[in-house]
Write a protein that binds this ligand. Sequence first.
Ligand SMILES: *[C@@H]1O[C@H](CO)[C@@H](O)[C@H](O)[C@H]1NC(C)=O
Ligand SMILES: *[C@@H]1O[C@H](CO)[C@@H](O)[C@H](O)[C@H]1NC(C)=O
Ligand SMILES: *[C@@H]1O[C@H](CO)[C@@H](O)[C@H](O)[C@H]1NC(C)=O
Ligand SMILES: *[C@@H]1O[C@H](CO)[C@@H](O)[C@H](O)[C@H]1NC(C)=O
Length: 409
Amino acid sequence: MKDAKKPTRASSSSRLGGRLAGVASMLVLVSLGFVLGVTSSNAMFIRFYLPFIAPLRSTTAAAASSSPSPQSPPTPSSPPPPPPQEHQQTGALPAGFLSAGPSDGVMHNMTDEELYWRASMAPMIRHAPSSRVPKVAFLFLVRGDLPLRPLWEKFFEGHQGLYSIYVHAHPSYSGSPPPDSVFYGRYIPSQRTKWGDASLVEAERRLLANALLDLGNERFALFSEACIPVYDFPTVHAFLTGANTSFVDCYENGGSRSRYRPFFATRNITLGLWRKGAQWFEMDRALALESVADGACFPAFRDFCVGRAECLIDEHYLPTLVTVLGWGSRNANRTLTYADWKRAVNRHPHTHAGEEVSEELIRGIREDGGGRCFYNGGRNGICNLFARKFAPDALEPLLRVAPKVMGFG
Ligand SMILES: *[C@@H]1O[C@H](CO)[C@@H](O)[C@H](O)[C@H]1NC(C)=O
Ligand SMILES: *[C@@H]1O[C@H](CO)[C@@H](O)[C@H](O)[C@H]1NC(C)=O
Ligand SMILES: *[C@@H]1O[C@H](CO)[C@@H](O)[C@H](O)[C@H]1NC(C)=O
Ligand SMILES: *[C@@H]1O[C@H](CO)[C@@H](O)[C@H](O)[C@H]1NC(C)=O
């Protein structure tokens, strides 16, 4: 719609006419280059130098609707226009990336190196156009299936255009959610991960990078397959997009310092900068950009992990990065994801089985710590928007209590 206006406005200025013709033919050339780029992998150069025009369009099932009313049904996908046209309309994020069909909306052939570089680009104009509705990117770091998917689907229902979903599964996973699911086609190119290993942090950064490619995403939250929301979508979206901090768990005590090693001092990460915190982050776009662009802190952690069976950097990397950046005041220093550590088993929090799920349990999680948690400098009564860990058999009881205590379903 916005694009339709452009030619009219431009043609009214005859001075620009000649230049526009030049731009138009350049676009056609670039688009041709793009077509070649897709067929010949050598043309990577061209893929990365496509112009940004209207970068806010995305293929999230969602983004199609600008008015996220619960009534509006998902727009059926129409056949894609010919490539040159498509470029001028969607403004060319990486080749085939945002214009791919719904079945592979987030699939691409970029290496991590290419992906991080592409994702690290930021607009120079600080304030986004007012037409832009900030989206929340939900990043799922999972082994394969999402046993609690139906609960999340109820959570997302009717809020198309306000969220994007990205799933990083084990690369050997070949399953897929059903085509009518909002999770369909949202699995990103993945690599193997291991608990407590640098590969886990790599997977988190890969999720962040994929989500950064969509300039509509403003907030980024990490989940596992055992995570659930405990509030409804409008509350979560308003809380996150209205926050002036990130929510990266970050603290310092004897326990956190015990994992510090002198190796880090050789990389300028002193004990004074060393922090610890739960891995389940929620962050703003600025911190997400720093994380994928981080060429100092992450390499130090990765190098430290080489040859170590279990280096547990997932609990140290992000909180330490926040401190290294000097962004302490831009971080709430807490996670928004509840976990029951009172009944921890082997350094993992308690897993709630189906039989434990009740209205009281969910209410307790929603009220946990209430009043103590700060939000934009004040107290708003919400400490946890999400919770873990829930066993697959918790799905049915969760669906049953959701309308009563979570406000959806
Ligand atoms: C990735 O590369 C393969 C093989 O060259 C190709 O078949 C596939 O369409 C490409 N996928 C995307 C999303 O570009
Ligand atoms: C550590 O910081 C010093 C001073 O800023 C700098 O010269 C040096 O290159 C840094 N070392 C590393 C490994 O980043
Ligand atoms: C978070 O912790 C840092 C110290 O690591 C502190 O400087 C900062 O003020 C804290 N942020 C908030 C919002 O309280
Ligand atoms: C966030 O908002 C509160 C309340 O206006 C303010 O006191 C605080 O300094 C802000 N923090 C940041 C990082 O902008």
